[in-house]
Design a binder for this molecule. Structure first.
Ligand code: FES
Length: 153
């Protein structure tokens, strides 16, 4: 009789283990299903930073600033829109500079060039500059940065 009780106990523990494993698997699966069905639930929260007013950045000019975390960001007025980009070159991380006459960002380290939208025009950079969403409200320019910090200095 005692042997039967041991077997029953083992079976019981085995069922408990399988049940908890199944429950954990279903919980993980439901997280992935929610992230798939609601992509916005997967996005990082952003915060809105005031930059300056629209009259401070004339068409063709760029305004560079450093955020509180030390990230360098530039806002360019193309004449039709304001574009905010990280000034960290995507090649080896040098700082890019706005060349007003050429209307391009220039990286002096290896002759990299980016257009005002941050797309690579010439040189070794493998990817465009990181961009930020810009919002203009009553002539005030704001950008949206990830709440979870991405190094962009
Ligand atoms: S670091 Fe900018 S082109 Fe190499």
């Amino acid at each position: 009789m005692a042997k039967n009780e041991d077997i029953n106990r083992r079976e019981f523990l085995s069922y408990c283990f399988m049940g908890s494993s199944l429950f954990a698997s279903m919980a993980l699966l439901s997280v992935y299903v929610v992230q798939f069905l609601l992509p916005s639930a997967n996005k990082n929260p952003t915060r809105k930073i005031y930059i300056t007013t629209t009259d401070k950045i004339r068409p063709g000019n760029s305004f560079k600033f450093t955020d509180l975390r030390g990230g360098h960001i530039t806002v360019t007025n193309t004449g039709s829109e304001f574009i905010a980009l990280s000034t960290k070159c995507t090649h080896l991380g040098c700082q890019v500079h706005w060349k007003k006459n050429e209307k391009m960002f220039y990286c002096p380290c290896h002759e990299g060039y980016f257009n005002p939208k941050g797309e690579v025009v010439k040189g070794p950079p493998p990817a465009p500059l990181s961009s930020y969403k810009v919002e203009v409200v009553d002539q005030a320019i704001y950008i949206h940065v990830d709440e979870v910090y991405r190094a962009s200095s």
